[in-house]
Design a binder for this molecule. Structure first.
Ligand code: KG4
Ligand code: ZN
Length: 350
């Protein structure tokens, strides 16, 4: 089985092909970072127009890399939400056209589930196991922290396709906070890697920024107040002082985000007796988060799994992987009824 995945929910135009064992046959990502750096953030109209220009060349490049044609593909998986509506539409309409022209099944994929299952892609697949998406029940349940530019959610994975939402951000996503604070500090877009880099030279305890909602008895997050606390600090400084303090502010902010995310994740591991901790999404590329998550996992005696850097940020491999799981269960979507949903939620179990 070979599934072609298409991802265009934000600012990466991506196409990938994955087989039934989740082996990656080709993975092409056309990033718009250079375009959005000029405006220090994604302008939806510009993102959608760029997707329109790039989607077919990206598709052709992907098929070329895999040395396959559309005849070799068994299903077309595509992100239909959540994300920017105009960006989503480009990928979705392309996938629908391909499914219509070839008669292959169309598989709508939730972008967040894609991030979650990105963690399965690099795990060794037992030679005996025919289906890469089944794994030992002893590993369940799993606490999953999904942290990206659009999302910050804590989930409990009970089995593939069943995710209980434990908590989410009430305002800004963690990646969004990185991007906004970077802007305040005059650092380039995207803010996550830029902050992480300058923070290497900074003191993480120089500024006692808040750890929002950490003490509360729930799994929700809130990063807008933290961003405002950084803004207040920056606003009280001259531009010379700000320049001198940039690395300390960045390090202190980053530490506050990481403490908050891991504090809640750690508590969820204990409460739900989880066996593994997964961290997925763009912010999972953060070195401090990866590092300190190891300490949490060690102290809670759980296995930590974080995708490689390449699979943390948006890509179509993870979308094709969810497509494989849906196709293996005999599921598909009707071309006429699959609609882009910018606010799509993960289907949760209670
Ligand atoms: O998953 P992703 O590529 O797109 C969304 O679905 O949003 O995540 C992008 C986000 C951006 O906000 C970016 O600043 C953040 O992930 N990010 C990071 C790092 N690399 C990317 N945040 C912190 N540290 C990083 N190293
Ligand atoms: Zn994403």
């Amino acid at each position: 089985m070979k599934v072609l995945g298409i991802e265009s929910s934000c600012d990466e135009t991506a196409v990938a092909i994955v087989d039934e064992r989740l082996r990656v046959l080709a993975n092409v990502v056309s990033s718009q970072i250079d375009i959005h750096r000029v405006t220090q953030g994604v302008v939806p109209e510009v993102a959608a127009r760029t997707h329109t220009e790039r989607i077919l060349p990206t598709l052709e490049a992907c098929l070329g890399k895999a040395k396959l044609t559309l005849d070799d593909i068994d299903g077309i998986a595509v992100t239909y939400g959540p994300g920017l509506i105009t960006s989503l539409l480009v990928g979705l309409e392309t996938a629908k056209a391909l499914a219509f022209a070839t008669g292959k099944p169309l598989l709508g994929v939730n972008h967040i589930e894609g991030h979650v299952l990105s963690n399965l892609l690099e795990q060794p697949v037992s030679e005996k196991s025919k289906r890469a998406l089944t794994f030992d029940k002893k590993r369940l349940p799993i606490v999953v922290l999904t942290v990206s530019g659009g999302h910050t959610e804590l989930l409990l994975l009970k089995k593939i396709g069943q995710y209980k939402l434990l908590g989410r951000t009430r305002d800004d996503a963690a990646g969004e906070a990185f991007d906004k604070v970077a802007k305040l500090l005059g650092l380039p877009y995207p803010g996550g890697p830029a902050i992480s880099k300058v923070a290497e030279q900074g003191l993480p305890n120089r500024y006692p920024f808040p750890r929002p909602m950490l003490g509360m008895d729930n799994y929700d997050f809130s990063f807008a107040g933290l961003k405002t606390a950084v803004w207040r600090e920056v606003a009280s400084m001259s531009s010379k002082q700000r320049k001198a303090a940039t690395s300390d502010i960045a390090a202190s902010f980053q530490q506050a985000v990481v403490d908050t995310l891991l504090g809640k994740a750690g508590r969820a591991i204990s409460e739900f007796k989880a066996r593994e901790l997964w961290i997925v999404g763009g912010v999972a590329a953060n070195t401090l988060l990866r590092h300190q998550a190891r300490d949490v996992a060690r102290s809670k005696k759980v296995q930590l799994r974080i995708p490689s850097f390449e699979l943390c940020t948006d890509n179509a491999v993870m979308i094709a992987a969810v497509g494989v799981s849906r196709l293996a269960k005999g599921k598909k979507d009707a071309i006429a009824s699959l609609k882009a949903d910018p606010n799509l939620d993960l289907i949760t179990v209670r």
